[in-house]
Ligand binder design. Structure first.
Ligand code: AMP
Ligand code: MG
Length: 402
C-alpha cells in the first residue's frame, strides 16, 4: 500500500494550517462552543467573602463550649441577615446572628449552627451542642483563588466554563473567529434532497452529514451545490472561495476512475498537492492540497469513508484552524462481541458500538464503505492494525471513541 500513514497525514496538514487570524468579542450568552482566545484568570476570590453554607445562626464557637441538650448555652439573637444583605456590625461573645445560606459571615463569628438544631424563643437562642472553630463555614476563595487560571486559550467554551466566566463578572468572551469552510460534493450522479429521484442517481447525503458535523464543530460554512464531474467547471466553482476559506472540503472524485477529477481540479485552481493516499481503509484515496491561503481536503465519496476520514483527518485540522487545543480521540481496549469475517492486510477502521459499562464493542451488520445507515448509533471506530486476521467474539481490539 502506498500513501502515507494516518498520523503522517494529520501531522502534515496540521503543519500547514495557520492558527486563526482574528478574534471576536462576543456576549457570553452566545459563546457556547466557541474557542477562548486568551487565558482567563480569576480577578478576585470566589466566593468573594466568607459566607454561611446553610440557614441557621452565626456565632462564636468558643461560646458554645460545654453545651449539651440538657444544659444548652443561651445566646442573644441580635439581628438577621439574608443572602445579599450585609450585616456591618460585629458579633460579640454571647451573641448570635440569624443568617441564611449565602449570607456573609458577620465580623466576630466563626461558625454556624443549623436552624433545625436550635431553639429560638424571642431573642434567646438555645444551642444544644458545642461547635468547632469554622464548623459550617465557607471561606472566601473556596471555589477559586484570585490569579488562578480558570479557562485556557484554546479551550472550548462549554456550559461549566461559561458559568465560570460569568462567576467572574464577565459579560463578554474573547474568542477566535470560526473556521471558514467551503463544503461541496462532486458527482454527476448526485441529486439534492427535495429533487425527484431519477435512474442512476443518488442523493447527496455526504453534504448534509458533513455540514451537520461542521455545525457541531462551530465552523462557518459555505455550502456549494453539486459540483459536476468536469474539472474546468469544478475548479471554477471552488476557485472564488479560496481567499475566504480556511479549508475547501469536498467529497468524491479522488480515486483513479475516469471521473476522478480532483487531481486535475487541483492543477487548475491552481493548488499544490500535499499528499494523496492514506494507509487506511476506508477512505484511502484522500487528497490534500494547499493554495495560497487555504488548504484543501478531498475525501472519498463513499459515505462511510467520507465520515471516517472526516473524523480522523479533517476534524483535527478544523480544531487547529479554530485555535483549539488538540483533542485526540480517547483510545481504549475492548472485547469484541461479534465476529468480523474479513482479513485486514492494511490498517482498517470499522464502525462499532462501544458499551462503556461492559467494556465491549458490537458491530453493525453492514461494513461496506458505501453503507451509511449502519453507522447510525455507532459511537466508536475499531482500529485494526495491518495484518489482522479474521476476528472472533471475545477478541480484544483497540477502539477510538467518537
Ligand atoms: P467517488 O469517490 O466519487 O468515486 O464516489 C464513490 C462512491 O460514493 C460512489 O458510489 C458515489 O456515487 C458515492 N458518492 C459520491 N459522492 C456522494 C455523496 N455526496 N453522497 C452520497 N454518496 C456519494
Ligand atoms: Mg465521483
Amino acid at each position: 500500500m502506498e500513501g502515507i500513514t494516518l498520523e503522517e497525514a494529520v501531522e502534515l496538514l496540521l503543519s500547514r494550517a495557520s492558527s486563526p487570524a482574528g478574534t471576536d468579542e462576543i456576549p457570553l450568552s452566545e459563546a457556547l462552543g466557541r474557542t477562548l482566545a486568551e487565558d482567563m484568570r480569576a480577578e478576585f476570590d470566589n466566593p468573594p467573602f466568607d459566607r454561611s453554607p446553610l440557614d441557621g445562626y452565626a456565632l462564636i464557637a468558643a461560646d458554645t463550649a460545654g453545651a449539651t441538650k440538657e444544659s444548652p448555652v443561651r445566646l442573644r439573637i441580635v439581628g438577621e441577615e439574608c443572602a445579599g444583605d450585609f450585616f456591618s456590625g460585629t458579633i460579640h461573645s454571647g451573641e448570635a446572628l440569624r443568617i441564611m445560606t449565602g449570607g456573609a459571615m458577620p465580623q466576630g463569628t466563626d461558625a454556624v449552627i443549623r436552624q433545625e438544631d436550635v431553639q429560638a424563643t424571642g431573642e434567646v437562642l438555645s444551642v444544644p451542642y458545642a461547635l468547632r472553630h469554622h464548623e459550617n463555614y465557607c471561606f472566601a476563595g473556596e471555589d477559586v483563588k484570585q490569579g488562578a487560571l480558570l479557562v485556557r486559550q484554546g479551550e472550548i467554551l462549554d456550559a461549566p466554563r461559561i458559568g465560570v466566566l460569568a462567576s467572574q463578572g464577565r459579560a463578554k468572551a474573547k474568542v477566535f473567529r470560526r473556521p471558514r469552510i467551503v463544503l461541496g460534493g462532486t458527482g454527476d450522479e448526485l441529486l439534492q434532497p427535495g429533487e425527484p429521484l431519477a435512474p442512476g442517481k443518488i442523493y447527496n447525503s455526504n453534504l448534509y452529514l458533513l455540514s451537520a458535523r461542521l455545525q457541531e464543530l462551530g465552523a462557518e460554512t459555505i455550502i456549494l451545490g453539486i459540483i459536476p464531474d468536469e474539472p474546468q467547471r469544478a475548479s471554477a466553482e471552488l476557485r472564488p472561495h479560496q481567499d475566504w476559506a480556511d479549508l475547501l472540503l469536498t467529497t468524491g472524485g479522488v480515486s483513479v476512475g475516469k471521473k476522478d477529477i480532483m487531481h486535475e481540479v487541483i492543477r487548475l485552481l491552481p493548488a499544490r498537492r500535499l499528499f494523496w493516499g492514506v494507509q487506511m481503509k476506508p477512505g484511502y484515496p484522500l487528497l490534500a492540497y494547499e493554495g495560497d491561503r487555504s488548504l484543501g481536503v478531498a475525501l472519498s465519496g463513499n459515505p462511510f469513508a467520507a465520515c471516517t476520514t472526516f473524523e480522523l483527518i479533517a476534524r483535527p485540522l478544523i480544531d487547529k484552524l479554530a485555535g483549539r487545543l488538540p483533542r485526540p480521540l480517547p483510545r481504549v481496549k475492548a472485547t469484541l462481541k461479534d465476529a468480523f469475517p474479513k482479513e485486514s492486510r492494511g490498517r482498517r477502521f470499522i464502525r462499532a458500538r462501544f458499551d462503556v459499562v461492559a467494556g465491549t464493542v458490537s458491530l453493525p451488520g453492514q461494513h461496506s464503505s458505501g453503507s451509511l445507515f449502519s453507522a447510525v448509533g455507532c459511537n466508536a471506530l475499531i482500529d485494526l492494525p495491518p495484518g489482522t486476521g479474521k476476528l472472533l467474539p471475545g477478541d480484544r481490539v483497540e477502539v477510538l471513541l467518537l
